[in-house]
Write a protein that binds this ligand. Sequence first.
Ligand SMILES: [Zn+2]
Length: 383
Amino acid sequence: MPTLGWIKETVEDRQAEREPIPTPKPPSPVRCPECGATVEPGELAAHLSLRHPVARPLLVLAGHAAPSQLVLRETPSEEAIAVANCTAITLFSDGGEPIETDLDGLASALSAEQGHFVIELVNARASDSASVSAIYRINIRVADAAELGEVDREFADRLALDAVNLAAIRAFADACAPLATAADYTDALANYVTGVLAKDQDPATGVTIEFSAFKERFQKALWVLSEYPGRRLPRVVCAAVRMNINDFRRGLPRSGVESLDACAEFLTGLAKQESPVHRPVLPPGDAHAAACPVDRATYEILEIFSRLHDGVLSDQVLDRLRSCAEASTFSPYDRVKCRALLASRYLSIGDTRAAIEPLQALEHDPVFTAWATGALAESGRDG
Ligand SMILES: [Zn+2]
């Protein structure tokens, strides 16, 4: 039986009856809006992020990139404030409404007012929506210069003494309590002297905190006082603190106290492997006026340092230095300083054999490792 049947179309036949499938035109290259280079259309995003990454916006204070949080103890000048890689600035000051501003607005706000500022910097790329932002929190707490001067005078009267004690620190804090704008400054100085008492552990001073607490007290003092580079007393205290914690790798700012500066300079030279020359210096007690108290170990080290170049006393001084290098009343930092001075003294008088022991003890010290390792290698070749 014949059958009538539908002619089975092939898929191709059916397709042929419809619109032909539009074959896409080969895409034409596009121009990069940033550099004008021609790139394949699908590649533009990759090209933009690879060739024109959006840089993080930066707040620049006095020529340095600012950390994301900081306390300023001095009002910055308008000229000291700058931004980089920044297309928009939003300023939040002390709980107020956010203000969209520009560099001039930011600079005049920061240089005019004290208080707490949050600054949002945005760097947006014009050609697409990519952007990077950075938040800065800045606390501007400027002490009154007259009040700082008053604190310095109270410090000189009450604490720049040989026989300083806990009662004197309390009296200093009480006397400075009305000087409200200098409260952080007063606290920092009190922390430093408390650290000195902790380090000395002399029961006669009324010290109540333990030896190991000295480091934290000194650090607290350093954080605040290093913000006052223009004042003499903070410079001395900061130099004494940095000497205490062997902060020699970046070089110490000069304090104006000769024995402290000379010793710090010499140890910094060793740490940086610069073959420092031991220059003659007066003992620390021979200064014209007492600047600030130091702990006994630091005083002893400065004393020894001032006599190290003295050829006649050399043996006696080396004996003292040797016993200080092992003294249990010294902090590990102080023993390290003594070993460094001892080894460098032996090396300078040509006694390489005697230098080996203190050098070996310094091989793994974070500050003096490079110098000690180099000196040991050299003495191995010589010996
Ligand atoms: Zn480009």
